[in-house]
Design a protein around this ligand. Structure first.
Ligand SMILES: [Zn+2]
Length: 293
């Protein structure tokens, strides 16, 4: 089955702003009964405005109200095209690229990218169960890529360069679900595992001492000793989470060049969203739209 959502299909589905608005209307007000006069006749679009109106009592509804599209002068076709790009590209799309393709200013492009990321990050995943791989990885900006101001802020009172790496702890279950948590200070490894993994799970980690003792709290805890050259023992390995890290690194380094620590969770969530829906590309577009309304 061809599950790819192609640019031709996309253009057919959403040729203009009214079609985009109608899709939002459908998602938001399916089987609508007019809240004012109880009529179940379909509302009609008001010409020249982002508004639908009841044919009986003229009660009006705005499908973009309280969404990221509201109060945005950017055409809905631009927003929809960005969502299309975000769901069909492997490593996401950079604001610079959006600026070029949509011919909007960089500030607008960046704002749009962040809003769509937030919609992707909206996918809530329950604590993971079954066999769950847990691991941590570090992300940071290279000194040579920093602005002068940023570089200066990274040098402490002793004139030494502070470590600017930010850790992310990641969890992947064998049924393909992902949770991530940016490791801001104040929590132990064990606390992070408890917050993301259900106690009936079997944990698989490397031999980092931070994970020691979790076998008491969880069904089981299998340790893979990477420093002794061990990468797989029977069904136990952390290759799945390693695969997720390479995807996150490709997205950050390849597409976005760098990522500020304060946005790292958003990027991790974006990559997790794409990772979890990789076999459902055609549905991904609608999943995001559903998060809008
Ligand atoms: Zn009405």
């Amino acid at each position: 089955m061809n599950n790819k959502y192609t640019i031709t299909q996309f253009r057919n589905d959403f040729p203009d702003n009214d079609t985009c608005l109608h899709r939002l209307y459908e998602l938001r007000y399916k089987n609508l009964v007019c809240p004012k006069c109880d009529s179940d006749k379909p509302f009609t679009k008001v010409k020249g405005r982002r508004v639908y109106q009841c044919p009986c009592c003229a009660y009006q509804l705005c499908p973009t109200a309280n969404t990221v599209f509201h109060n945005s002068s950017t055409p809905l076709t631009h927003w929809f095209y960005l969502i299309f790009l975000q769901t069909t590209t492997r490593n996401g799309v950079a604001a610079k690229e959006v600026e070029r393709q949509l011919n909007v200013c960089y500030k607008t492009a960046l704002r749009m990218c962040h809003q769509v990321k937030k919609l992707m990050a909206n996918m809530k995943v329950e604590k993971l169960t079954g066999i769950v791989e847990a691991d941590e990885s570090y992300f940071g900006m290279k000194a040579e890529n920093m602005t002068k101001k940023k570089r200066a802020s990274m040098i402490d009172a002793n004139n030494t360069f502070k470590d600017n790496k930010t850790g992310v702890m990641g969890f992947v279950s064998r049924d393909g679900l992902v949770r991530t948590e940016v490791m801001f200070p104040g929590k132990s490894f064990k606390e992070r595992v408890r917050d993301n993994v259900s106690t009936d799970a079997t944990l698989v980690t490397d031999s980092h001492t931070g994970y020691e003792g979790l076998d008491i709290e969880f069904t089981a805890h299998e340790t893979i000793n990477h420093s002794a050259g061990e990468y797989k023992r029977d069904e136990w390995h952390t290759n799945t989470i390693e695969g997720f890290w390479s995807q996150l690194k490709r997205t950050i380094k390849g597409t976005h060049i760098h990522c500020d620590a304060k946005y790292l969770q958003l990027y991790a969530d974006e990559v997790a969203f794409r990772y979890m829906n990789r076999d459902r590309q055609a549905e991904m577009f609608d999943i995001i739209l559903r998060h809008v309304v």
